[in-house]
Design a protein. Structure first.
Length: 320
């Protein structure tokens, strides 16, 4: 046809046109090649859009899993736990959230000689590699402890236990922790960020745990001597009596006071009296067993619960 027919065809979706009266084979071949190229581009564009949609869906699903994992972590660590339970819970959730070969956590608290360390590893991790990882974690914890308390590191840096490694330090006023992960393949920026978020959640949980333990200790401890107070003694007395009755075991109670203590306060003053009380408290602690419960009853009076102790043994302890 003519030009009008060609224009109408283009409006209806034709790629190109040739006027019938001027048809030449090279022109026909060129128009066909252009049409096929446009078709290929349209199909490629459609595939790219499909790939983009699928990638967005996968990214959204991944983000949802990560957020759910972080929420689970927050819920798990918000419950009242002790340090070992909290460490195990944190490691369990990190292990579920990231593909790792070995994962470890170490925590050292003020006043404790032995550090807490927990570790997880996959079936492909050899005993030698696991041992090297644990030694490296212990070493890094000691370095972090020295730096946090103004000390000098005892030894130089150790070589990392694997080609791909993540580590974060958990800092608290009276504790220092370290969480580390290792595998053969490099970590992506997203995995690194997720690991850091987990570590920050763990750090906050450990800080709360230490604060809770401090508040709990203040509630059951005597402020001057640091011994258990009268309230805690009453609770422990009921518990120990019940245990002794249930299992038929002996239980003894020592009731102690300081002779003429009023004279110390009247002649030397109450500050000196406080020194006497604190000194006696330290002496009693040093001469009692780990299982004995020592409390300040009030004033210059002290009580000691002696589980598994009959009258003869209690007399010997009292005389000592």
């Amino acid at each position: 046809g003519g030009l009008d027919t060609a224009i109408q065809a283009l409006r209806l979706g034709a790629y190109d046109y040739l006027v019938k009266s001027e048809l030449r084979l090279p022109e026909l071949q060129s128009v066909l090649e252009r049409a096929l190229e446009r078709r290929r581009l349209a199909l490629a564009n459609r595939q790219l859009l499909e790939d983009l949609r699928r990638a967005q869906e996968e990214l959204a699903a991944t983000r949802a899993r990560e957020l759910a994992q972080i929420r689970r972590l927050g819920e798990a660590l918000a419950r009242p736990l002790n340090a070992p339970e909290m460490a195990e819970g944190l490691l369990h959730l990190i292990w579920e959230g990231l593909p790792l070969e070995v994962l470890g956590l170490a925590l050292r608290r003020k006043g404790e000689d032995q550090a807490l360390q927990v570790v997880r590893h996959g079936p492909g991790c050899s005993p030698e590699r696991l041992r090297a990882f644990q030694e490296w974690v212990s070493h890094q914890l000691e370095l972090a402890w020295s730096l946090a308390h103004g000390g000098v590191p005892a030894a130089a840096e150790k070589a990392p236990p694997g080609p791909a490694l993540l580590q974060e330090t958990l800092k608290g006023e009276k504790a220092v922790g370290l969480v580390a992960a290792c595998r053969q393949t490099p970590f992506t920026p997203e995995e690194t960020e997720i690991f850091r978020i987990f570590a920050l959640q763990g750090e906050a949980a450990f800080r709360n745990l230490l604060l809770f333990e401090e508040v709990k200790s203040l509630a059951i401890r005597d402020g001057l001597t640091g011994l258990y107070n009268y309230r805690h003694f009453r609770e422990m007395l009921a518990h120990q009596v019940e245990m002794a009755r249930r299992y038929g075991r002996p239980l003894s109670l020592l009731f102690l006071d300081i002779d003429d203590f009023k004279k110390v306060n009247d002649t030397l003053g109450h500050p000196v009296g406080d020194v006497v009380l604190k000194t006696l408290a330290r002496f009693l602690q040093a001469h009692l067993r780990q299982s004995d419960v020592l409390c300040r009853y009030g004033g210059e009076e002290f009580v000691v619960l002696l589980p598994h102790t009959d009258t003869t043994q209690a007399r010997l302890i009292a005389e000592r």
